[in-house]
Design a protein around this ligand. Sequence first.
Ligand code: FES
Ligand code: FES
Length: 150
Amino acid sequence: MSFEINGTPFSQEPRAGQCLRTFLRELGHFGVKKGCDAGDCGACTVLLDGEPVHSCLIPAFRAEGRAVTTIEGLGSDHGAHPMQQAFLDAQGFQCGFCTAGMILTCASLNQAQRTDLGSALKGNICRCTGYRAIEDALLGKNNVEESVEA
Ligand code: FES
Ligand code: FES
């Protein structure tokens, strides 16, 4: 199977019946988390041709000829992706287990979608319930500066 992963062409056959999440983790992309394993939590979110998907529900062979982006593929040698930086600025994480999936989903949203957080993040659950700071990240709020000033 040939596909693109984080901008780099790659070829490897998945095992029969293997889901995309397990396939990617076995390739070393440990930012793709194993959560519910049932399509409910979004911890395994990756972008498939730019669209967020729950990789635990996607057979690995479905990536054939497509572009997969994991959290390791955001940002560059020059620094964090703007959405990664927004999460840092807003302190939009607690334990961090949901964070990679949250950031990938948020990075895929257009401006109009960012105003409707409930709908935008319906596929991603934060078990720490840190939604206020995640919303702040989407709104570009800097909670680090505010806490220093306080
Ligand atoms: Fe895939 Fe929860 S592990 S949605
Ligand atoms: Fe802990 Fe979201 S920060 S699950």
